[in-house]
Design a protein. Structure first.
Length: 289
């Protein structure tokens, strides 16, 4: 096998720019150099990694998987080089909605103060895996069971659920509400990364409310603020996205949401255990060290 790092970097740049011209500009090389690197890589693999059109470049099925592997390999190499040189090596932690809620800033400041050579950087990726599969991040904060065979996770905390209401909603003055009280209202959900679905009500023996899908947390909040729907989410969202026009009210009979740190099974970051411990300590109310 004769795969070169320049070929992997070219593939990743093509995937992120979706053009050979953009990839060449990103890497500071000629477009011809990018084309040759990709062609050599595809020849070595015996398969196409991208579909080329006159306007855009799209990855093939193999290209998607191989690009994720390429990103992780390059990230591990860059980290090893940085450590050998005594330089900073950033740990990228993905999240799709609310990071760690009220614990986000204390964890970041505490960790980065004590681990100056391996600081944490949060990356928002609105996908269920928060960018892990594609190698966009080293670790991820997720609020779903991790079911993929190539990923692992560890429970670090739990969060109560809240209902998000427009400011003129009839339930905004309540100290808490029950799931049954939400059934008459249209509920906005993110089917890809959200934590709310019909099972939340059916598991409690209730009829599920009508639901409408949104694209991400910003669209979701805008819809609620406009008075067109309500939402149900983790308490963390209230801390991470305070928004004029919406009110967060506790739900007193909904099960809590589990918070997990996830990582790729074959590319576990060396700081994974320590970072998970720091996050768990924050949720447990312990002093971070």
């Amino acid at each position: 096998m004769s795969i070169e790092l320049r070929q992997l970097r070219a593939l990743v740049a093509i995937d992120e720019e979706r053009s050979f011209t953009g990839a060449a500009e990103r890497l500071g090389v000629s477009q011809a150099s990018i084309s040759r690197a990709l062609a050599a890589l595809e020849l070595e693999l015996g398969a196409a990694l991208v579909h080329r059109t006159t306007r855009r470049v799209e990855p093939t099925g193999l290209g998607v998987a191989f690009t994720g592997t390429a990103r992780r390999v390059l990230a591990e190499l860059d980290r090893a080089v940085a450590e050998a040189r005594g330089e900073r090596s950033v740990v990228r932690i993905g999240y799709s909605w609310a990071a760690l809620g009220a614990h986000t800033t204390p964890v970041l400041r505490g960790w980065n103060r004590e681990h100056a050579t391996t600081p944490i950087r949060l990356v928002r990726v609105n996908r269920r895996d928060a960018g892990l599969v594609d190698g966009l991040v080293d670790l991820a904060v997720v609020r779903h069971p991790v079911e993929r065979a190539d990923l692992e996770s560890e429970l670090v905390g739990v969060e109560p659920r809240v209902v998000v209401l427009p400011v003129d909603h009839p339930l905004v003055d309540r100290d808490a509400v029950g799931l049954a009280e939400l059934v008459p209202f249209l509920v906005a959900v993110d089917r890809h990364t959200g934590t709310t679905n019909a099972a939340l009500w059916s598991s409690a023996g209730l009829e599920a409310p009508s639901m409408t899908e949104t694209g991400d947390v910003e669209e979701w909040l805008d819809l609620i603020a406009a008075g067109d729907a309500i939402g149900v989410t983790a308490e963390a969202t209230a801390h991470h996205y305070p928004r004029p026009g919406v009110i967060f009210v506790p739900i007193d009979d909904a099960p809590p949401i589990e918070v997990r740190v996830a990582w790729h099974r074959t590319h576990r970051h060396p700081a994974t255990t320590r970072i998970a411990r720091a996050i768990r300590a924050a949720y447990d109310g312990a002093v971070l060290t």
